[in-house]
Design a protein around this ligand. Structure first.
Ligand code: BTN
Length: 248
């Protein structure tokens, strides 16, 4: 799409930069960095962002959506990322609620959506931040993440053009954002569920207050909330927290 692209050789976090642009009333844009020193992940984690290896991009939108639609938008963004990759690489990424992109059961990408209500605009500004390990070699994956992180290169045995993937990603994001604005989350959810790597699998949910709930994933519901059935037959609704599953 014809949005401005702001390219930064290095920054702390492209999400931070894009949110600042939103606060100053900036229009739709994408902020891309070659490397980040403080890439932000979910749950206060860091997104490891070495140069020449990944895509670190934050897309700023002003969608006609309500703040409560943001959880759904995170799922929609994951679907867009999966579609962009599939069309351009032939790989078949899976999705792990709420925002992980998996190849062969390991994480290669993640999404962090953040929003701001900017006075006088009437719409929330939404930043869809995407981190994708593209040409990352094994040595650039920290030892403690080796068992659960991968890159397109490690999963496919070849390198990929990041510019092509970024352009495809922008197109697919525009499509899902438009679908969301037209009230089309049900359609997005149906496609999402086909790629759900956890559906029917046993998993552990670490709740925000530190308990562990073990159960089977029933997938996200029509609000984008993950449903887990525990072994007593009770269903739990997961809005936040960490999910671990043994997909091996
Ligand atoms: C996650 O899996 O927890 C989400 C990771 C999101 C990382 C991306 S990299 C580009 C953008 N800028 C950030 O600071 N974070 C997102």
């Amino acid at each position: 799409a014809g949005r401005p692209l702001i390219f930064l050789a290095a920054t702390d976090s492209t999400n931070r930069v894009a949110l600042e642009m939103a606060e100053q009333g900036g229009g739709p844009a994408v902020v891309v960095a070659e490397s980040q020193s403080g890439g932000r992940g979910r749950l206060q984690r860091q997104w490891h962002s070495p140069p020449e290896a990944g895509i670190y991009a934050s897309f700023l939108y002003w969608p006609r959506l309500e703040p409560q639609d943001l959880a759904k938008l995170t799922l929609a963004a994951g679907l867009a990322l999966a579609r962009a990759l599939e069309k351009n690489t032939g790989l078949h990424p899976g999705l792990k609620w709420p925002n992980d992109l998996l190849l062969a059961g390991k994480k290669c990408g993640g999404i962090l959506c953040e929003c701001r209500l900017v006075a006088g605009t009437g719409k929330p500004a939404v930043v869809i931040g995407i981190g994708l390990n593209v040409n990352t070699p094994s040595r650039d994956i920290p030892p403690e993440l080796q068992h659960k992180a991968t890159s397109l290169r490690l999963a496919s045995g070849r390198t990929w053009d990041r510019g092509v993937l970024l352009a495809a990603l922008g197109q697919e994001l525009d499509i899902v954002v438009a679908t969301m604005e037209q009230g089309g989350f049900a359609e997005i959810l149906a496609s999402w569920r086909k790629r759900d790597a956890l559906l029917g699998h046993e998993l552990d949910w670490l709740t925000p207050n530190g308990q562990v709930v073990r159960g089977i994933s029933l997938g996200p519901d029509q609000h984008g909330i993950l449903q887990i059935r525990d072994h007593q037959g009770c269903t739990h609704e997961v809005i936040s927290g960490d999910i671990t599953a043994n997909l091996g």
